[in-house]
Write a protein that binds this ligand. Sequence first.
Ligand SMILES: *Cc1c(COP(=O)(O)O)cnc(C)c1O
Length: 508
Amino acid sequence: MRYTSTRSRSVSVSFETAICTGYASDGGLYVPESIPSITADALCKWSNLSYPNLAFAILRLFIAKDEITDEELRSICASAMQAFDDPDQAIPVVEVGTTMYVAELFRGPTFCFKDLGMRVLIGLLSHFTSEGSGKNMTLLVSTTGDTGPAAVQAVADVNNPRLSLLVHYPMGQISDFQRRQLTTVTSDRVKVVAYQGGGDDMDLPIKRILSSAPDDKVWTGVNSYNIGRPLMQLVHYVWTYLRVVEREAAKRGAACDYTQEVAFVIPTGAMGNIAGGYMAKQMGLPIRKLVAAVNANDASHRVIQHGELRKLPMIKTLSEAMNVQIPYNLERLLFYCTGQDHALIASWMKQVDSSDCLDLSSWLDRLQEDFASATASDEQVCAAISSALATHQYCIDPHTAVGWCAAEQLGYYTTAAEAESSSASLGCPAVLLATASPCKFQNAYATALGPDGWTAYTASPQYPAGARRILEGEELPPAIYKAESTLEASQRAWEVYARDLIRELEQP
Ligand SMILES: *Cc1c(COP(=O)(O)O)cnc(C)c1O
């Protein structure tokens, strides 16, 4: 399988080049040249596989054997899942109420769904920089949330002397728990930096550095514009689908029906997760609708409801990992939605780059065939956290809570009483993707339930044991990039500083 750009069919690169460069040379995002199909028979066969073996079976369809052998790919998938609570059954699918399932995507080492895509991607990058490849690779990340911890842990775990990570976070603007996840990992392959600036101020220096890599160096980003992330993220849709179909069959006392449709509700920010789901749907996985659940930063909701993309000022919310102004994976969604029309995507993205807006109203019907959406305020999020606990003794984090609200608004989640009087039922099972554990978000959780609510949670069996280890670990102080008189001056100075640190990391 080769990879092409959303913006031009003439781009054709290997899988290795696609994941090692991040963006395509024309500024577009990499996508596979063709989409393999999933049949009901294949789903039936896959239903017996462990998570690592399912990941292998699916990734095998997207990566040529002359790039990675079966044995190597199997081993990468197995190692990536090893740090999960239960590697073979990595994602528990639980039932809440009578009409909705919750897939717990957060049972990895950093308590967030990003472990699922990140750990395999970093395993693959490590494979391409293995001994004898003659290559050194440095990964660059700026994080305001969960991407950084997932990347730090994954790089520390692969422990490859030729693979390093430089990770940045805005000082004072991530949760204490997230900071500790960055600063308590001891690995000489990882360098952590706090910069005196806001959310995405480090993005521009990083972009400049990545676009200037010398020929003998591989520098790349591992945010979800990197195709390795959505590719691996389509696996959890297949896994979750299989588990839901099994439960439904058991309830009816019938055989599994692998043509049964299932709706997915996805707490959404940059649309990397939902892009994985859309690729699974393109392959033929019977997905009724992909529901984008967003907070007050509702760009993707506006696209799906009104066909209007516009960059609006960032709003602070309790679900910070979803505070996204322009969801960059929308480009991949539109690519598939238009039947892979490279030229149209190129002209649309040119318009977005120059004006930060785009009129998609003539595509609205097409978009709404595949997608639905809803938005939730912080008040609604707090009410959902509270009601999940009161009704089901189930603790949810603020991001999952946004999805919970969306499921309620769209009629996917109903109480037993409502289900009995059943106009509310939509005739297809729905599953909410739970993207993080509440253990990462003390502030939001306590805002919803008070300090006693938090204390009760930390004493409950739902509080992960690994979270305690992070709170007790010793912090190594990060490097600091100081602010200069203007943002522009800061960004220039930080770029120089970052290049120095990359040089240090690359010393053998
Ligand atoms: C990153 C993140 C999201 C959003 O995922 P996207 O792929 O950016 O849409 C949702 N919830 C949590 C907890 C996250 O860390």
